[in-house]
Structures are given as structure tokens and as C-alpha cells.
Design a protein around this ligand. Structure first.
Ligand code: MG
Length: 342
């Protein structure tokens, strides 16, 4: 890619996804795309998805949305795109429609959905597009700030002043989503536009992190740990030490201004999945774990509020003795034609 908007930034990414200590499968997925230093390609992106559905539908959904995102960004996002937010909004709606159709094709696909949180850096612009309860945080000038709003029932209650933050964090229904890709009617995609700065650090995470690890601890790890990969790993370890009741995915990336001395790209070190081979000018890593085995109910269910089941902190679920997953649910009223629970 030549001409146009030159890319000022280099990125130091670190990422890890883990099944956790209770779940039989990992239904989280992630993807990132970082231009090599000697290109002037104008964009990079970082994405986390958390799938839901019976059998392997959650895995299918989260991998579907991350790969559909990648395909579209590579094929369709023009270097001169004037409004990356509008682009992502249209793309989310399309992925949503396609996933609804995919889920309707088989009985096993019923209830198939996924969150998707994307941070797209395009030139100096940071565009965040998001549906569900995965999150993006930004550490800047020592302050950690959420950059997404959860599409969850407790978050809605909190925004209306009906629950305190502390109540929302402990609430039995904290896994109930109000929207996600693949389920329900038209999406109301969360969009935010801003600018990246030299020295920014971002964290994308699935709910398996922040439901186990409090914000102060997340802040401390991000502020203390210089290496993004070590930070990503420490956060996963803390989530597992706190119970690991859900799959957990963390992706940390630092934004740094390119300097003339930067001649070699930072290696992308994935402990979760090997970096996929790709065009030599790019660092590409696609993260999506394929875990064998079946489970009657995935990480989330559809339309059935389920009580969280306490999971022994030191138990790794075996295939024949898996504790009931801490199901979360999605309450979407116009979904009746898609059947009941998986
Ligand atoms: Mg989750």
C-alpha cells in the first residue's frame, strides 16, 4: 500500500485466551492486525469476541465474527476511508444478519451469538465499535478508563441509576445481554471516535476477566507491567486464581510513535495460538481456539435466565463431570421464532 495516509504508529501487542477453570470449551476468539513498520498501511485493528450457544455454536459464532471482520476490513476498508465508524457500523450490521442466517440453518445453531469489540486505528483516528459485554479500556496518563458500554441488563440498570456499580458487579443476572451479534432484531452498535496518542495502552477483554478481577487490580497490572504479553498473561492468571468461572481473553496493545530507529517489527508473541502465516509485509495473528468435545449448553443460553452455579476454584472441568456452566442469557423479545434453549 503506497501513498495516502502514512501510518505513524507502531504497536506492541500481547494477548492470551484461556478456557478458564470451569468451562469445557473456550468460546472466546480474538483477532488483530498490525502493519509492519516498513509499510505505510493506514490501519490496524484489535478485536475480541465471546460466543454463546449450545453444542459448539458459541465457538462457531465467535470465530465467524472475527474472521468476517478480518475479511471485510482487508477487502473493503479503503486507505482513504473518510468515516471508519460508519464503515464498522455497516459491517457489524452485515455480520449480524449473516450470523442470524447461519444460526437459523441448523437446530444446533439456535441461540448462536457473539459479542464483538473492535478497536480500529486508522491514521490517527481510533474507532471503537462494539456489541455485547466484552470491553475496551484505555490507560492514558496513569488513568484507566472504560471505552465501551456493556450491552447487559445490569449495565442498563446502572445507567438508569437503579443499581450501583457494586450491585451490578455482584448481580446474579450480570451475564444477561441486551444485544449481541446473531440474535434478535436490528443492532444498536456502540460507536466511539477518538484519537490515539503516543504512550496509550489499551486492553480488550472478555467478561471472564472483569467478572473475576476488580478494576483496581486490572489498573495496577496494566500500569506496572511494561511488557504487554506479560500483562495479558498476568490478567488471565488472576482471573483463574479468582475462580476462572468463564473463558477469559485479554489483549493489551501499546501505541508508540514510529521513530527512525525502528527497523524491526515487534514480534507478536501468542501463547494462545501460533501466529498464522500471511503476506510477508504484515504481522498477523488469528486467535481462535478449537476445543474438541461437546457440552449441552454453551457459555450463554437463550431466553432462559439461569442461576449462576458456584464453581470450585480449584476444579478443572473434566468432560464427564463438568459443572453446570455459569450460563448467561440474552433477553431479546422478538426472538421467539428462533426457538427456545439449545
Ligand atoms: Mg464470557
Amino acid at each position: 500500500m503506497t501513498g495516502g495516509t502514512s501510518h505513524r504508529w507502531r504497536y506492541r501487542p500481547g494477548f492470551l485466551t484461556d478456557r478458564g477453570r470451569a468451562r469445557e470449551r473456550n468460546e472466546d476468539a480474538f483477532d488483530l492486525y498490525v502493519p509492519d513498520l516498513d509499510t505505510d498501511h493506514p490501519f490496524a485493528w484489535f478485536a475480541v469476541a465471546d460466543g454463546m450457544g449450545g453444542h459448539d455454536a458459541g465457538d462457531v459464532a465467535s470465530r465467524y465474527v472475527t474472521s468476517a471482520l478480518r475479511e471485510a476490513l482487508l477487502a473493503e476498508l479503503e486507505p482513504g476511508e473518510p468515516d471508519p465508524g460508519a464503515f464498522l457500523e455497516r459491517l457489524f450490521q452485515r455480520i449480524h444478519r449473516d450470523l442470524v442466517a447461519l444460526g437459523g440453518e441448523t437446530a444446533a445453531g439456535r441461540g448462536m451469538g457473539s459479542t464483538l469489540t473492535v478497536a480500529l486505528v486508522h491514521g490517527d483516528a481510533l474507532t471503537v465499535a462494539h456489541v455485547g459485554d466484552s470491553r475496551l479500556y484505555r490507560l492514558r496518563d496513569g488513568r484507566l478508563e472504560p471505552r465501551t458500554e456493556d450491552h447487559s441488563w445490569v449495565a442498563e440498570q446502572r445507567r438508569r441509576g437503579l443499581l450501583t456499580e457494586a450491585e451490578a458487579e455482584r448481580h446474579a443476572e450480570r451475564n444477561v445481554l441486551t444485544q449481541c451479534l446473531g440474535l434478535g432484531g436490528p443492532l444498536d452498535v456502540f460507536l466511539s471516535r477518538g484519537r490515539v496518542r503516543h504512550g496509550d495502552r489499551y486492553l480488550l477483554a472478555s467478561d471472564g476477566l472483569y467478572n473475576e478481577v476488580d478494576a483496581d487490580t486490572i489498573h495496577r497490572v496494566l500500569a506496572e507491567e511494561g511488557d504487554p504479553q506479560r500483562a495479558a498473561r498476568r490478567l488471565v492468571e488472576l482471573a483463574n486464581a479468582a475462580g476462572g468461572s468463564d473463558n477469559v481473553t485479554t489483549m493489551v496493545f501499546d501505541v508508540l510513535e514510529k521513530t527512525p530507529g525502528d527497523t524491526v517489527a515487534e514480534p507478536v508473541a501468542s501463547e494462545a495460538a501460533p501466529a498464522a502465516g500471511g503476506p510477508s509485509k504484515w504481522l498477523i495473528a488469528l486467535g481462535a481456539l478449537v476445543v474438541a468435545g461437546g457440552l449441552a449448553m454453551g457459555a450463554r443460553g437463550l431466553l432462559v435466565p439461569a442461576s449462576p452455579t458456584p464453581v470450585p476454584a480449584d476444579t478443572v472441568a473434566a468432560a464427564d463431570s463438568a459443572p453446570a456452566p455459569r450460563d448467561s442469557t440474552i433477553a431479546i423479545p422478538d426472538d421467539a421464532n428462533r426457538g427456545g434453549t439449545p
